[in-house]
Design a protein around this ligand. Structure first.
Ligand SMILES: [Zn+2]
Length: 324
């Protein structure tokens, strides 16, 4: 029986069910909380709020979320274990590094040919998270995450992407990469992963759904990659109606097996401090876990996407992605 690792342990791929492929629970920087969080962070209240939001999502029929929160976004597995213990939703967690430019100093001086000449520590750390588990919690990462924001990557971004590609090739763990549709950096990301030996059929090009350029999107899918149509509710990057139209057009051309869905939403993100809830609601009222279930799926059906294609994007494609 094939399984995928979740916060509560392995789950049969056949039991994943309807899956949102890119959702954060918390985006919350440790140092930010430790130094300024006394004015805006209430751990107990926010944990309880997350449990409630995940239970509500489950009531809508979504049984799994895939959370690419890694170093740089505030991964904290013990907190996730508390939440996962009290919600029926499966939560799949990641390893990797969220950086747009430079590497953290903790990796800048260690590595092949560097001051401390040693095997690539990024690969060592990512592999440990996948094979042994994260930080002594016993929870294993099921996929890799990194960022390729620009068409021409910085040296730091390139090193991380190569390490992610190599770890994927060596462990079989799939990849989700943050990309910019405007920069069309998905191409760059696939080039870097391919050069590192990764299987591009195991890659989700995150935020591909910010683009409505069908030729660009098909060019990624034709290399085997899956398109992350994963920012529903973030109309500032691409209005929801356009996102729906693009998915319908791609499905009509036979690409339903190369798309997955998500909001890139969260229960709390520390970018807005104490004004979090008001700021988020004002800027993006549909940016929450239930928008796809409530609004997007009916709109897709209305636009001519079949129920079978919806099931493929929500159930079959996620299960295939996590098949080793
Ligand atoms: Zn994200």
């Amino acid at each position: 029986m094939s399984t995928v690792e979740t916060v509560r342990g392995p789950v049969a791929l056949s039991d994943l069910g309807p899956t949102l492929m890119h959702e954060h629970v918390f985006v919350l920087a440790t140092e930010h909380v430790e130094n300024y969080g006394d004015t805006w962070w209430d751990e107990e209240a926010r944990v309880a709020d997350a449990i409630e939001k995940l239970r509500a999502l489950h009531a809508k029929g979504i049984t799994t979320i895939v959370d690419p929160t890694v170093w740089g976004l505030g991964r904290n597995i013990p907190r996730m274990q508390r939440i996962a213990a009290q919600t029926p939703v499966n939560i799949v967690v990641a390893t990797g590094l969220y950086a747009f430019g430079d590497l953290p100093q903790q990796y800048a001086y260690r590595g092949p040919g560097l001051l401390l000449d040693m095997p690539e520590p990024l690969v060592t750390d990512f592999t440990r998270d996948i094979v042994e588990g994260i930080a002594g919690t016993g929870v294993k990462a099921a996929f890799l995450k990194c960022c390729v924001e620009t068409a021409v990557p910085t040296p730091g971004v390139e090193r991380i992407a190569r390490a992610v590609g190599r770890t994927s090739a060596e462990t079989g763990a799939p990849i989700t990469v943050h990309t910019s549709a405007h920069e069309q950096s998905g191409r760059t990301a696939l080039d870097l992963f391919e050069a590192a030996g990764a299987d591009l059929t195991k890659v989700v090009v995150g935020h591909a759904g910010d683009s409505n350029d069908l030729d660009f999107l098909m060019s990624l899918a034709d290399r085997g990659a899956t398109l992350g149509m994963d920012r529903f509710g973030l109309d500032i990057f691409n209005p929801g109606a356009d996102r729906v139209r693009t998915i319908a057009a791609l499905a009509a051309r036979g690409y339903a097996d190369r798309m997955v869905l998500g909001h890139d939403a969260n229960c709390f993100i520390d970018y807005f401090g104490a004004a979090h809830d008001a700021a988020k609601a004002a800027a993006a009222p549909n940016w929450h876990y239930e928008h796809i279930s409530d609004d997007v799926l009916p709109a897709l059906l209305e636009a001519g996407v079949t129920q079978a294609q919806v099931d493929q994007m929500l159930v079959a494609n996620p299960a295939r992605y996590f098949t080793r």
